[in-house]
Design a binder for this molecule. Structure first.
Ligand code: FES
Length: 509
């Protein structure tokens, strides 16, 4: 293989590599504020920014460092074109609600642009048209149907047989006047505003529980309390789901991005195909050159082919169509999809109106995260939002949600049983450096990873959420659960998902 095309050994998102952030302390005491926010991604930081501007006292905590979760791993398209969705929404919710969804995404896009102008943020913000293209006969009629939905919703658009990008297509649907930016340059500026407006920020501070007394209180892993009038759970998967059973109402999917340089000139635009496997293409600027971001290969977490093969598939696609001059970055991300594909934004449950949740962004977190911040901050400030009902986590749309609910949970049951029946009698002695295996020790299913310094890390592979068996993710060196998407580091620590306890270590002696 050409040396230029060699994949980076470790995953790292370009966004994080190109911005430096201030560090924040760990919370070491109990505090009182008006609003406690859990999660330092786009939703949490934008909510803190909007509230602090109105003199609300806010504390924001993150279990890791700020902006290292899904927001730091996005492709950062600022668009209302969230795949082929509008015809489905019209069929399912009716014209009015489908129109509200478009309006909400457009408002989020405008909010981002307005904030950039107001704060004069240098974040590579660019207006671009967004294209969904297809090269499959099966999808031609689907694009036509989606175009009719756009027309019903008065979305400026065009159905075309040619696009600026040199790639074979049969048809494409263009949504005009969308945008892209560098998400972490944008959010660093919001973070600075938060600091200037008195927001208290804490890193390495995991929330464990919410105690409902006269006011809700966030309890941290170190047993410090944040007492507040409102809690905002912006931690991707809710760290505490208040008996809202969110794990059974969403499914997790992973997706992959590679960052390359090519000798081709990028003609502008943001692209995604309609069919599977997904291919998403945009560029950003690195120095004075284009860094092409090729994404896709979506699959359910912990299921399917070895994860490293997804990066290889993107690499082959890029080589075939654009050529790779330098292979600079690779990273992956995980996001959640709700039963009806509309995020859950609003009070966590009817019984806890002052605890808010924002989740299920379906990988469209820039607009969904921003509108979530607006809806939740409006509600806290006592203002009405036209979007409350559409996004309400307590909504109940029987069809097709119920069918989806049943099939999702049947999938969980299948993986629960498959993991238990699997017979693996591998020998740890056969492990090479930077490799993992599943084996059985004294009847117990054990996952063992040998790191690059030849240390072995052995873990009980039974997920601490609801006891499915985790699988090795070689692309990211994590143990991933196929049931509800909990992910653990090779030392057993929780990275994300509904699990609240690490995977127990196993003694190999
Ligand atoms: Fe639910 Fe693992 S995440 S069983």
């Amino acid at each position: 293989m050409d040396i230029k095309s060699i994949m980076p050994k470790f995953p790292e998102p370009y966004w994080r590599d190109s911005v430096r952030f201030p560090q924040f302390p760990k919370l070491e005491e109990s505090i009182n504020v008006d609003v406690g926010i859990v999660g330092g991604g786009i939703t949490g930081i934008t909510t803190a920014y909007l509230l602090a501007k109105q003199n609300v006292k806010v504390a924001l905590i993150d279990s890791d460092v700020i902006l290292n979760g899904t927001t730091g791993h996005t492709t950062a398209k600022v668009t209302a074109q969230h795949g082929l969705i509008y015809d489905e929404f019209i069929q399912h919710f009716g014209l009015e609600k489908a129109s509200l969804y478009y309006q909400a995404c457009t408002e989020a896009k405008e909010m981002i642009e307005q904030t950039i102008n107001e704060l004069e943020i240098d974040c590579d913000f660019k207006k671009e048209d967004a294209y969904i293209y297809t090269n499959s006969d099966t999808y031609l009629s689907k694009l036509e149907t989606e175009k009719k939905a756009y027309d019903q919703l008065n979305i400026p658009s065009e159905l075309t047989e040619s696009i600026p990008l040199d790639i074979p297509i049969k048809s494409a649907l263009v949504m005009k006047n969308q945008a892209q930016f560098h998400p972490l340059q944008y959010l660093r500026a919001l973070l600075e505003e938060c600091v200037n407006n008195g927001v208290k920020l804490y890193e390495n501070t995991a929330a464990l529980d919410i105690k409902q007394k006269a006011y809700p209180t966030i309890v941290t892993r170190d047993d410090h309390h944040i007492t507040c009038r409102h809690v905002v759970t912006a931690s991707h998967f809710p760290f505490n789901d208040g008996n809202g059973f969110y794990f059974s109402r969403m499914y997790p999917e992973r997706a992959y991005v590679i960052g390359i340089k090519t000798n081709k000139k990028f003609p502008g635009g943001m692209y995604i195909n309609a069919e599977s496997p997904t291919r998403s293409i945009r560029t950003t600027t690195i120095g004075n050159e284009d860094l092409w971001l090729i994404g896709g290969e979506n699959h359910k977490t912990g299921q399917g082919i070895p994860t490293i093969d997804h990066y290889k598939a993107l690499q082959s696609f890029a080589e075939k169509h654009f050529g790779i001059d330098k292979f600079l970055y690779r990273w992956s991300t995980q996001d959640l999809t709700t039963l009806d594909k509309v995020p859950y934004i609003g009070p966590m449950t009817k019984e806890q109106p002052s605890v808010f949740i924002a989740t299920g962004f379906r990988k469209w977190g820039m607009t969904n995260g921003t509108i979530a911040a607006k809806i939740i901050s409006d509600r806290i400030l006592g203002e009405d939002s036209p979007y409350e009902d559409l996004y309400s986590p307590s909504r109940f749309q029987a069809d097709p949600a119920i069918k989806k609910f049943t099939s999702m949970n049947a999938d969980v049951a299948k993986h629960f049983i498959k993991g238990k029946l699997e017979y693996a009698d591998n020998s740890v002695k056969d492990l090479s450096s930077d490799e993992a295996m599943v084996t059985h020790i004294n009847g117990q299913r054990v996952g063992v990873y040998k790191d690059t310094k030849y240390n072995l890390h052995a873990l009980d592979t039974t997920c601490t959420h609801m006891r499915c068996e985790v699988e090795w993710n070689a692309g990211d060196r994590t143990w991933d659960c196929p049931c509800h998407g909990s992910r653990f580091s090779y030392t057993g620590e929780i990275i994300e998902g509904p699990a609240r306890k690490p995977l127990p270590k196993v003694d190999l002696e």
